[in-house]
Design a protein around this ligand. Structure first.
Ligand code: BDR
Ligand code: CA
Length: 313
């Protein structure tokens, strides 16, 4: 049998209900070489503990390093109203047995990418860890295959009309990453709002009747209730899994090279990713902006990750 070659990723996350689904997705479709946690949806204590819970549930061997406990310059901004008080909705997962391997996510990112070529950084929370790593060693951007992030977008925001949560929560970090010269892929709200999941997908998971599927069902139901793009729809955008799938299944997506800057000032627009869509103007393109996705296939792959979960890896 030919073994599948899966892209190597470091998943930098702030679980978070959709982060948890992204971890399940990555477990099936990527080669996770490390997980790093960052303050975001909830505090670093909770995001780290939630990532450890997912690591235990999924029997993930890769190390987990906790990272930044606050943004570079702004005050911490959380989203427990969307992800639940401790960040994993109303799931009831067993407490982790292990602690994080270290509290030096930045050191881990730098070291691991020196050891191994071709790793994709996949940040699905605020960009604090990634920015600090680039600041410590700017050549990081030349030795990773890509930085494929969930954040920002071309158009609509969610925290404000202009800004998406991951960018709004640490705009200075995002600014540094967008100006870093990395092979940057932005999977933003304009894309993730096309991949909607809710109670019918949760019901499919419950029928599978495994611990992973039960957790996925609870996460999908919770996300549907709190992350709906239309009032009362009970369908929630699957933001973070989209960034994972952009690395593992690039053929499902369309993107365009664009010039993108992060708004740091602005009475109404701090944290906006301003995408220059004027095709007739010559600008330096620093980012691939994701626009299109085969939503049905993306949802199928997320559910397949749940149904095909193999406890033996
Ligand atoms: C992003 O913000 C967080 O609340 C989600 O986990 C996702 O990463 C969506 O704006
Ligand atoms: Ca997230």
């Amino acid at each position: 049998m030919v073994s599948e070659s899966k892209p190597k990723i470091i998943l930098d996350c702030d679980p978070g209900v959709d982060d948890a689904i992204a971890i399940i997705t990555a477990c099936r479709w990527a080669n996770i070489v490390g997980i790093t946690s960052v303050s975001g949806n909830v505090s670093i204590e909770h995001t780290t503990s939630n990532a450890l819970k997912m690591k235990k549930l999924l029997n993930i061997a890769a190390p987990l390093h906790s990272g930044a406990s606050r943004p570079i310059a702004s005050e911490p901004f959380h989203a427990s109203h969307v992800h639940g008080q401790t960040g994993l909705g109303d799931t009831n997962l067993p407490e982790p047995d292990d602690l994080a391997d270290s509290d030096d996510a930045v050191g881990f990112i730098l070291e691991k990418t020196r050891e191994e070529e071709g790793i994709h950084l996949v940040p699905i929370g605020p960009l604090t860890n990634i920015a600090l790593a680039i600041k410590a060693d700017p050549s990081l951007v030349n030795r990773v295959a890509s930085i494929t992030l969930m954040g920002g977008g071309a158009g609509v925001g969610n925290v404000t009309p202009a800004a998406e949560f991951n960018i709004f929560a640490d705009p200075e970090a995002a600014d540094l990453v967008f100006r870093s010269g990395a092979q940057l892929n932005m999977v933003g709200l304009n894309l993730t709002h096309q991949v909607l999941m809710g109670s019918m997908h949760a019901d499919y998971c419950y029928e599978l009747n495994t611990p992973v599927a039960k957790a996925a069902g609870d996460l999908l139901n919770f996300n549907g209730r709190t992350h709906g793009t239309e009032k009362g729809s009970h369908l929630g955008a699957m933001h973070d899994p989209c960034a994972v799938l952009a690395v593992t299944h690039p053929d499902l997506f369309t993107s365009k090279p664009r010039s993108v800057v992060v708004e740091l000032e602005g009475a109404h627009t701090r944290g906006q990713t301003l995408v220059d869509e004027r095709d007739w103007v010559d600008t330096e393109k620093n980012c691939n902006v994701y626009y299109g996705v085969d939503s049905e296939k993306a949802i199928g792959l997320i559910l397949q990750a749940v149904s095909e979960f193999d406890p033996n890896g």
